[in-house]
Design a protein around this ligand. Structure first.
Ligand SMILES: [Zn+2]
Ligand SMILES: [Zn+2]
Length: 429
């Protein structure tokens, strides 16, 4: 069996793994500051099936380019993954255009890709008879619709092989989703040949979630009490909705607004509520929130005290860029970051140096700036628990910075453990 890492090897981004030259696991891109980076060369491959773990662009963003290069095969994913992928891919073409880049593909490539999807439900056995491939999707707890993929196929030698590819996983319960627990009671995972495991937090544990949430809500309360407003930059998919559910637990005396792409995603989550932990509770939380209609509506919103949840999560675009201009100068206001802030991002600049850049101008933020950990990835403890429960014959660690992957490999205690280099092919007999 050949497993080639076209991306997400010793890095986070552009997950793209080719198995035996014909099965593709994810097809993501790396969202760069200047332009997108695609997986290593895959142009001459004869791919017959693509499995998508979830909709984030670092797992799906290369699909339109692949179609441009000739990809015409079936794409397996959950219904929710397709719906979010549609929103994100259509947006990604505009992001590239805004950056002044000529996208490597067209709107037509996106539409083509969307037509190749086949819906796959969780915990159901599927079979592709012609190519002797069995597969199953397991709930990964990362974002709505996310899955780990178990594939079972006949190798060239005629032997059957089983690969479990985690994709991005989270075993910690949130308000929006239950954490993954498929490793706990699942006898078919007892004889996995290869486990390909993400390692975003392979070297670290998360602080207790309940405490983070408590501190988050009381920081908001303190800001409101002294007359300030709260800006909450949040990723559109999952994080914005998780924040809305947290906010709904308190009755703040000021309006809560949602702006940016998170609005579209929120509507989708209401429609496809069976992918959530508690659809009714989510609906109730959303009823307490007002959607900001457009650019003009923003001017009304900033007149009074407010709590504003908006994209982008790293403050590199989206409505947050507008809000900053209204709120940066008041020391009573607060900006609460809710996720990972990449190096060079505005969010990181704000955390480390106290300013953000908007339209080539720097704004020194006077109010409180604080970062919270509401990560949608398992920490080291949960990753190790899962690896030990599955106890695969081979463990391959990807989707992490080198030090994160290395620490997870060491702590796993596994003998057959690999951390692939970018482009490397791992051969397993
Ligand atoms: Zn993800
Ligand atoms: Zn990812």
């Amino acid at each position: 069996m050949k497993i080639q890492f076209l991306g997400s090897a010793k890095e986070v981004g552009r997950s793209c793994i080719l198995v035996n030259d014909w099965i593709l696991l994810d097809a993501g891109l790396m969202i760069g500051k200047e332009k997108a980076e695609y997986p290593e060369d895959f142009s001459e491959k004869d791919i017959k099936a693509v499995f998508l773990t979830h909709a984030h662009l670092d797992h799906t963003g290369a699909l339109p380019l692949l179609n441009h290069l000739g990809l015409r095969c079936v794409i397996y994913a959950t219904k929710m993954t397709r719906a979010i992928t549609k929103i994100l891919l259509k947006d990604s073409i505009h992001i590239e255009e805004l950056k002044g880049n000529h996208p490597a593909y067209t709107e037509e490539n996106i539409n083509n890709i969307l037509s190749y999807f086949t819906y796959t439900n969780y915990n159901r056995d599927y079979e592709e008879k012609g190519v002797s491939l069995k597969y199953k999707f397991l709930d990964a707890g990362h974002i709505p619709g996310s899955a780990s993929v178990l594939i079972d196929f006949e190798d060239k030698s005629g032997q059957r092989k089983k690969i479990l590819y985690t994709g991005d996983i989270n075993a910690i319960d949130s308000n929006l989703l239950n954490g993954l627990n498929y490793h706990k009671k699942n006898s078919e995972l007892k004889n996995v040949d290869v486990l390909i495991c993400e390692s975003t937090y392979g070297g670290r544990d998360h602080p207790p979630r309940a405490e983070q949430e408590k501190e988050f809500l009381s920081t908001i309360q303190r800001t409101i009490d002294k007359g300030g407003s709260v800006l909450i930059p949040a990723f559109a998919v999952g994080r914005s909705q998780e924040i809305i559910m947290m906010l709904a637990k308190r009755n703040f005396k000021v309006p809560v607004y949602l702006d940016g792409m998170g609005k579209k995603v929120t509507d989708l989550f209401i429609k496809e509520h069976k992918f959530l932990k508690d659809g009714k509770l989510f609906q109730k939380a959303v009823e307490k929130v007002e959607f900001v209609k457009d650019h003009r509506d923003r001017k009304r919103v900033v007149q009074g005290q407010a709590i504003i949840v908006t994209t982008s999560g790293m403050m590199d675009g989206g409505p947050i860029m507008d809000y900053i201009k209204y709120y940066y100068h008041d020391e009573n206001n607060a900006i609460l970051l809710t996720g990972y802030q990449a190096e060079e991002s505005n969010g990181r600049k704000l955390l480390e140096h106290g300013y953000v850049d908007v339209d080539n101008k720097s704004y020194n933020v006077k109010g409180l700036v604080k970062k919270f950990d509401f990560s949608a990835h398992s920490g080291q403890k949960e990753l190790l628990e899962m690896i030990k429960a599955i106890n695969p014959k081979h463990l391959i660690i990807n989707h992490g910075d080198p030090e994160e992957s290395e620490e997870l490999a060491e702590k796993s205690g596994m003998i057959n453990v690999h951390i692939p280099e970018l482009g490397e092919t791992i051969r397993i007999s």
